[in-house]
Design a protein around this ligand. Structure first.
Ligand code: FPP
Length: 226
């Protein structure tokens, strides 16, 4: 079983467009799709699930779409925190969340606090997240704390937003695009990548199991010979 699964939830917009619906409805359907995926991951023994919910680049989308995404985040937290807690899921984030709208940040902090003691699985929401931004913030933090010895991989990893978490074993991207899109650049060094053409709103637990089976059939070499 992969210990850590990371997902680029792509295709909400195209899913909506194909149905002549506004993009925001695609995102709403995307949140609905996320719920059973979180539950399934927790139940089958995945330790960390990281989902790319809002990137540092997403701010340039129309204000109405950014607002819709923030509202969906708050709605998700309000509606799901109690159930996630019952499932043993702890909510955490990566990304520069200090730049999120105050109301979204407050809702996040409340959900994180309420679920902080849960141990079954971490649901890691990537919000205002960019891999390059994370690396720059990490190095700046290290420098501010008087980092004077040579920086090593281990030291840098401790300054990343993912400090203390295992690296993703499996990276899933929906909607067929074969891109990384600035997601977890450091952490996916040895991740197995699985791309499905399914649009995120249609991604269901059956698809998830297919991705995990594909992962289990691969030989991971981490740079060594077989
Ligand atoms: C990509 O679809 C998806 C996003 C930019 C946001 C993903 C967000 C969600 C699934 C909902 C919010 C999450 C939470 C946790 C509340 P796209 O709009 O780029 O699709 P397209 O490439 O088809 O246009």
């Amino acid at each position: 079983m992969p210990r850590h699964i990371a997902i680029i939830m792509d295709g909400n917009g195209r899913w909506a467009k194909a149905r002549n619906l506004p993009r925001a409805l695609g995102h709403r359907q995307g949140v609905l799709a996320l719920k059973p995926i979180v539950k399934t991951c927790a139940r089958i023994g995945v330790s960390v699930l990281t989902v790319y919910a809002f990137s540092t680049e997403n701010w340039i989308r129309p204000k109405s779409e950014v607002d819709a995404l923030m509202s969906l985040l708050m709605e998700f937290l309000r509606a799901e925190t109690a159930e996630l807690k019952m499932e043993g899921v702890s909510i955490r984030t990566i990304g520069n969340i200090s730049k999120l709208p105050a109301r979204a940040l407050a809702a996040l902090q409340e959900s994180m606090q309420r679920t902080a003691d849960e141990k079954r699985m971490i649901l890691n929401l990537a919000l205002n997240y960019g891999g390059r931004d994370e690396l720059v913030r990490a190095v700046n933090r290290w420098a501010r704390q008087g980092g004077d010895q040579a920086l090593t991989e281990e030291i840098l990893a401790n300054y990343l937003d993912t400090a203390g978490l295992p690296d993703p074993d499996l990276l899933i991207r929906s909607s067929g695009e074969e891109r990384i899109s600035n997601f977890m650049l450091w952490q996916i060094a040895y991740a197995e990548i699985y791309v499905t053409k399914t649009m995120w709103p249609d991604f269901d637990p059956e698809e998830l199991i297919k991705a995990i089976r594909a992962f289990q059939s691969r030989t991971r070499r981490f740079g060594a010979v077989e």
